[in-house]
Each structure stands twice: as C-alpha cells, then as structure tokens.
Design a protein around this ligand. Structure first.
Ligand code: PMP
Length: 361
C-alpha cells in the first residue's frame, strides 16, 4: 500500500483497521452470503448493527438516558435547517454565536425559519483571531436556543469552554470535533455532527437530543428532519444510510479499543502541540489564531511568502501528504488531524515542512 497521509478536512481519513475489516467482510458479511449493504434496514441482523452502534456511541460519550441518539441524513447543513425547525415551534427567535464560517452559514439557514440573533462574532485582536468572552455576548432570554460551533473546520478555531447560558437550550455543531475528547453531554440540548470527520463516511449525521426538546417543532417541519418522528421510529422513518451507519459502528468499536475518548484527547493534544510548536518556532509559517482558540483538529497555516503556496502544495502531494490546501474561501494551508491521523503522520508533516523551509527560506 502507498504510504500517504491524508490531511483532508472531510471526508477525512478513516482508521485503516476499520477499512480492512470492512473490506474483509464486504461481500459476505458474517456468513449472511451477502453484503451488509444489501441487507434490509429492518432485518434483525441490521437492527443489531444499529443497536450496537448506538450503545457504543452512548458509552463513548456517556450519553445520559434522557437523550435520544438519531442516525440520519443531510450532513451538517441538514441540521442547520433541522435545528430551527425542531426547536423553534414555540419561540420564533434563536441566538447564534458566530465563531467562523460554519456558524455563520448556520445563521443564514436559520433566518429562513426564525429570527436569528447573532450574540457575538469572532474578531482579530493584534492580528490574532479571538472569540469574544461570554460577558460580551448579547444573549436573549426569550431565545428558543443558543447555537454555536465548538470547532470551526475552515477557520481552525476551537472553543474548549462550554457556554453557560442557564435555561436556554444549548445547541452545538460538533461536526469536526465530536469524539475527539470527553464532553459533558448533559450541558447540551442538542449536539449534532456530520459523520465525515471523526465518525465515518459522509452521508450520515448523528444527532443527540434531550427528550424534553422533542415536542417543540414547527408544524411544517418535514418529517424526514423531525427529531420526534426519527426518535419514535428508531431513525428508520425512511431508509437510512445503512452502509455509513455500519461503518460508523466499526469506528466506534475502534475508538473503544483505542481507550475511548480520553485516550483520543491525549493523542489529539500531543499531535496539535507538535504541529503548532513547530509553526510557532518558524518564521517561514504562521498560524493567526490566538493560542486559547487554536483547533486541535484543523490547523490552518500560511507561508510567509504566499508566492510559494503552489510549490508547497505540489511538493507536499508528491511527498505523500494529501489535501493540505486551505478551504477555498480562505486559501493558505490547513492540516486536518482528526482521530484517525496517527502522530507519525504529524511528525512526518513537520519534517517535510522544516525541509521545505530550509530549501526555500
Ligand atoms: N459544520 C461543520 C463544523 C463542518 O465542518 C461542515 C462540513 N465541513 C458542515 C457543518 C457542513 O457539513 P455537510 O457538508 O455534511 O453538510
């Protein structure tokens, strides 16, 4: 196999052990004589797959019993609509914190359904990106919920503190940092994530929703997005993305075998520290996020001389480092280092970056 490290922001690298298992049982899954992909979603065999996946996810994140776990379609953006539709039935206004591009896109979508109030936005201070502290937020006590994105995939901004907003339900888009560390689920009304970073392949989204929020939907909420309908039907209101769900189950098993999210948190902190400390030690590369808000998952960096960007991307690709280009909206570089990226990949990247800087600096 070609040794390539894939730094794509999503769909992202999956654990190789998971893909090997999927490959080994692709055509004949557990002696069924057919692929798991060909099984009815309502067969007892597939239901076992889904029940095990849910049980493992609940164990990994210590999801309290008064939360439903939904496996559904529509990616992260599907939830940009699902959240206001499901939570805005009784109050037609909601609060949004804008810490980067994805939370900003969530506001744009929410505006189609209710009054979306931006409580604060990230800004540059001394050239570094910061998220304003909660004392500066303009919170609305009448809001149906407060939405925020604890890890902004494009901007490389992560918030480690969970906002403390009293009775207003907190909604988090954890698409790019779910399962990367332990999280106190009981602090949230809704947690959602597109699967294609730390969960599995694209095509699946996971929603963790507190029971008391299942009856707050707008009357015209499409059934396919309705949390209550999905919960009542065991996420089988319609045909779910079965193969992605099965693969997510394998990833959850892999995570448990690795020591769970506590062990991931340690590994992720080590990987991020290695990369940021190299970037900070060099005049050739920069990261412009204030240290307290630097993402452990997505590390954007710029070359001091942007005329070298194209050469950097070309040479890094040739050297076996895939997908280091920054998001098309911001340019520069970005290394996404989710759970499946081993520390060896980050070490090899730092060696490549140092060698490139020596040759071109
Ligand atoms: N939220 C975040 C934080 C994301 O990173 C992404 C995708 N990269 C999305 C939402 C949108 O996800 P999707 O493409 O699955 O709709």
């Amino acid at each position: 196999m070609n040794k390539v490290y894939n730094f794509c922001a999503g769909p992202a690298m999956l654990p190789v052990e998971v893909m090997q298992q999927a490959q080994a049982e692709f055509v004949d899954w557990q002696g069924q004589g057919c692929s798991v992909m060909e099984l009815s979603h309502r067969s007892k065999e597939f239901i076992q797959v889904t029940e095990q996946a849910e049980a493992d996810l609940r164990e990994l994140l210590s999801v309290p019993a008064n939360y439903k776990v939904l496996f559904t379609h529509g990616g992260g953006r599907g939830q940009f609509s699902a959240v206001p539709l499901n939570l805005g039935g009784q109050r037609d206004q909601a609060d949004y914190l804008v810490s980067g591009s994805w939370s900003s896109a969530a506001v744009d979508e929410a505006k189609r359904y209710l009054k979306a109030n931006v409580v604060a936005s990230s800004r540059r201070e001394d050239g570094l990106l910061v998220v304003p502290g909660q004392e500066e937020w303009h919170l609305n006590p009448e809001a149906a919920y407060l939405h925020y994105c604890p890890n902004e995939t494009v901007d490389g901004v992560e918030m480690s503190d969970i906002p403390d907003i009293g009775a207003v339900p907190l909604v988090a888009d954890m698409s790019s940092n779910i399962l990367s560390k332990p999280v106190d689920v009981s602090r949230f009304g809704v947690i959602y994530a597109g699967a294609q970073k730390n969960i599995g392949p694209s095509g699946l989204s996971v929603v963790i929703v507190r029971d008391d929020l299942l009856n707050q939907s707008m009357t015209h909420t499409p059934s396919i997005l309705d949390y209550n309908i999905l919960a009542q039907q065991g996420s089988m209101f319609n045909t779910p993305p079965t193969y992605a769900w099965y693969l997510a189950g394998l990833v959850f098993k892999w995570l448990k075998a690795q020591g769970g999210v506590e062990s991931m948190a340690k590994r992720n902190a080590d990987k991020a520290a290695l990369l940021y400390s190299y970037i900070d030690s060099s005049d050739f590369y920069h990261n412009r996020i204030a240290p307290a808000f630097r993402s452990r998952m997505n590390v954007p960096f710029q070359l001091a001389n942007s005329a070298l960007d194209k050469v950097f991307l070309m040479e890094s690709e040739q050297a076996g480092f895939k997908a280091l280009a920054g998001h098309r909206s911001v340019g520069g570089m970005r290394a996404s280092i989710y759970n499946a990226m081993p520390i060896e990949g980050v070490k090899a990247l730092v060696d490549f970056m140092a060698d490139f800087a020596r040759r071109k600096g």
